[in-house]
Structures are given as structure tokens and as C-alpha cells.
Design a protein around this ligand. Sequence first.
Ligand SMILES: [Zn+2]
Length: 277
Amino acid sequence: MTTTLPSGSDPRQGAAPASRWELRACGRKGHATYAPDEPDLAERLSGRTGSGEVWRCLRCGDFVLGPAKASGPAEEAPLVLRGKALRSAIVLRVLAVERVLRALLLALAVYGVLRFRASRASIQEALARDLPAFRASGIRVDQLALVRDLQHALATQPSRLTLIAVLLAGYAAIEAVEALGLWLLSRWGEYFAVVATAIFLPLEVRELTKGVTVTRAGAFVINVLAVLYLLFAKRLFGLRGGRAAYDAERRGEQLLEVERSALGSAMDADRKHHPHG
Ligand SMILES: [Zn+2]
């Protein structure tokens, strides 16, 4: 239940206006109200209405009826995802889901290779038994691409199949770790994703030179965009001011910070007007 303050000032003044993403997040998780210990700041974030006290949500900026969900020093207020940080969190989580799907496909491929390795002998037996019968009946089985592929795969050494399975499993594990790091929105996850994705780009280029398919081209484009996005938007490896600029940008979007600096400049202005006060 939300209400606006009767006072004339725009409650969202100073901070970026809430987009549908903030409203959606509040709808899902509830509003993020916080009562800072600092009385001046608390006053700016709260008010009284006919129905009782209201506190400003640190995510969407609306005034919410009822006591604040949490309280403590302003320094210890929880970091709320909003603005650019919230939108980038959505991008990273979509990417994380894509990584999970890739990991699952790779795990399936590992299972397939191992199953094939285990049943190689029986497949060979079946072919040795059935192919002559087909040949005798005039069907040109040896010209079928599927049969040729199968015979080619059967000729592969079991040790080579094991190696392929191990490599695929390693790739699946990398994708799973990437997914976890991206989903948790952690700094290590961003670095891990950039390095792991960039390492495989040359391999993807080589695949593309063998033949362009929608899947290959799509995966390549997604990965190039992901690397560029992570590098520049997340300011990795010191790009665009690095970690310090990244943290400053995030803090600048926090409503509590906006209110705090507004309070600071209001007090400065006050001091100028009343230098002896
Ligand atoms: Zn809210």
C-alpha cells in the first residue's frame, strides 16, 4: 500500500525516476524501506499522513505506509539495485541463464559420448551382422551419410572418445561457473565470464570458417557482445576509471546517497546565509 506525501515537493526529486524495472522488483520483493539513525536524514525519508507514518522506498522512491523494514546507521543501509545497476543485473542474469543452457547441452553431449563409447562393441556387432544383409538386398547402405558417419565414429579410438568427453565436461564446468558468478552479480563472476568467453572466441571463429550456421553465428555474436558489455559497462581491468568509478556510479544511484548529499548541500547553503549560526 503506497501513499504520497501531502507536502508540495516532488518525492522523487534529485534521484533518477523509477522505471518499470524498479516497480517490478518492488512488486516481487516488496519495498525496501530503511530508517537511518541520523535524524536529519530520517526526516527527509519519512513523513506522517492521516493513516500513520510513511517511509520512502530506497528502490522505487514511493512513500510506503508503515514503519521502515530495517534501521541503522546510513552507512550500513543495504545497497539497493536500481537505475543502471538494476538494468545491468537483468542483463547479467539473462546471460547466466544462457550459460546454464549451454552447460546442460554440453553435459548431455558428454553423456552421449560416454554412452557411445560403452556400446561401441555392440553397435559394431550389429553393423557387421546387418549391413551385409542390406547390401545383399540391393540397398546401397555404404553410400548413406549416416552410415558413413557412424563407421567413422566407430573407428575413433576409445581413448580419443574419453579425451573428447573430458574436454566437453571441462567446457560444461566453465559454463556452469560462469553462470553462477553472473547470477550472483559478483565482481569475480564478471572477470571469470570475460576471460572464459574471450578464450573461446578464436575457437568459435575457426568453427565459423568451416561453415556459417545460425547457431554458430548466434553464439559468436552473443559472446562478442557479452565480452564488450562486461569490459565497458562493468569497467573491468581498470577501463573507464575501473573499480573506483564503478563503485562511485553505483553509490550515486542510491537514494540514501542522493538524499545525504542533498542534505549536505542544504546545510552548506544554510551556513552561507547565516555565517554566524
Ligand atoms: Zn519500492
